[in-house]
Write a protein that binds this ligand. Structure first.
Ligand SMILES: Nc1ncnc2c1ncn2[C@@H]1O[C@H](COP(=O)(O)OP(=O)(O)O)[C@@H](O)[C@H]1O
Ligand SMILES: [Mg+2]
Length: 373
């Protein structure tokens, strides 16, 4: 389905400008194509079949976000923190760091939160501020390889489409960004993939100072997202003895995690099963059947993804594309064996498969084990 004329196609969004962000926020949820039977599929003429298959391809490539326990927990914490920060501007706000390995759903969960927060704020306060500026409750910046402080400030200005961005110094850019944040009444500033910020030899003091300046001067909840932020000393109090700068950043930052699924407790296995059941609902293949993932492929999918939602979704997405293209129209171990996954997942898979096959581990909760794999 193409976006209507004049509207941004969601597939082209990088979310680095406010217009893109708004399109993301306002986009209606995709509608799931109907699951046809083999006969119904055969009955379509060539053109209808092509359209149906195209709709399914797009659907499978964009499943989600599913409300996993990890996502739900993160959202609860974010609401707590962001709402308790809506105090008067002169009080320093608590910051948040979502710190976890890649592929665990940080960006997805944070964006889903940003979307909900943006919508709530606009619904409550209107599209324009009292001064007549556009209201932007969320400013979101995604960092890329080796961003410096200047680039970071510039990226914030880019989000607002600010014209002063080409020529200024770090400090000027920072002040201009602050200006945008103030006039658009930004409440949440998201810095995604913050680990890309150049950390330099100064053990991060300069970076830390800059983030502290933002935290102090900008009346926002600073939401830092990244990998290994704790190791960079960003919010570990006491670790860097004598470096009070770091300690201060640490005191006001709450660290939130995004853990992988695990199968070493029955609760963990239950969550894994719920995820697979939710995914089954969203798969549009003519020969899918209840239990296809949750009963018959549970161990297999766990071994191949090691509980990382990113790897799981890649595998399911690619598997569905293949099942559709080849006419298999269901997910089986044979078919998935031929689908490639990311390298980290493949590496971890081999060890885990040994344990699962030898019966030392299982991914299925006790109650569900009565059903044969
Ligand atoms: N709750 C979810 N529901 C469905 N898919 C998800 C969910 N969380 C993550 N994914 C998928 O996993 C992949 C990695 O997620 P992402 O948010 O980019 O992780 P991170 O930012 O931690 O690296 C994405 O392709 C996304 O589609
Ligand atoms: Mg990410």
């Amino acid at each position: 389905m193409n976006a209507p004329a004049g509207q941004l196609n969601p597939a082209n969004l990088a979310l680095s400008r406010k217009e893109d962000f708004k399109a993301f926020v306002d986009a209606p949820r995709r509608t799931q194509p109907a699951t046809l039977s083999r006969d119904e599929l055969q009955a379509l003429d060539a053109k209808e079949q092509a359209a149906y298959n195209r709709a399914r391809r797009e659907w499978h490539a964009n499943v989600g976000p599913i409300r996993t326990p990890q996502l739900a927990l993160l959202h609860e914490d974010l609401w707590d923190i962001v709402d308790s920060n809506l105090q008067d501007g002169d009080k320093a706000k608590g910051a948040v760091a979502v710190d976890a390995f890649p592929g665990l759903g940080k960006t997805t969960a944070v964006l889903a939160f940003a979307r909900a927060f943006h919508r709530r704020e606009i619904a409550e306060h209107g599209e324009f501020t009292a001064q007549g500026h556009e209201r932007w409750p969320v400013c979101r910046v995604g960092l890329t390889g080796n961003t410096g402080m200047k680039d970071l400030n510039r990226a914030m200005l880019e989000f607002f489409g600010h014209p002063g961005r080409q020529t200024s110094t770090v400090a000027q850019l920072g002040l201009q960004a602050l200006d945008c944040v103030l006039s658009c009444e930004v409440r949440v500033l998201i810095l995604d993939d913050l680990h890309f910020l150049k950390w330099r030899k100064t053990s991060g003091i300069e970076v830390s100072n800059h983030l502290k300046w933002i935290a102090n001067e900008f009346p926002v909840t600073l939401l830092k997202v990244g990998v290994g932020l704790a190791d960079k000393g960003l919010f570990s109090e006491g670790e860097a003895v004598g470096e009070t700068v770091l300690a201060q950043t640490g005191r006001r930052t709450t660290r939130l995690d995004m853990p992988p699924f695990t199968i070493d407790t029955d609760l963990g296995r239950h969550h894994w099963r719920q995820l697979l059941l939710a995914l089954e609902q969203r798969i549009v293949l003519t020969d899918k059947y209840p239990g296809m993932l949750a009963d018959y492929l549970s161990d297999y999918l766990f071994a191949r993804s090691t509980g990382h939602i990113g790897s799981l979704m890649t595998l399911i997405n690619r598997g569905c594309q293949r099942a559709q293209r080849t006419g298999t129209e269901r997910l089986t171990r044979d078919l998935l064996d031929r689908v490639r996954n990311d390298e980290a997942a493949e590496h971890a898979r081999r060890e885990l498969e040994c344990a699962l096959q030898s019966g030392k581990a299982t991914s299925r909760p006790r109650k569900a084990r009565a059903t044969r794999r």
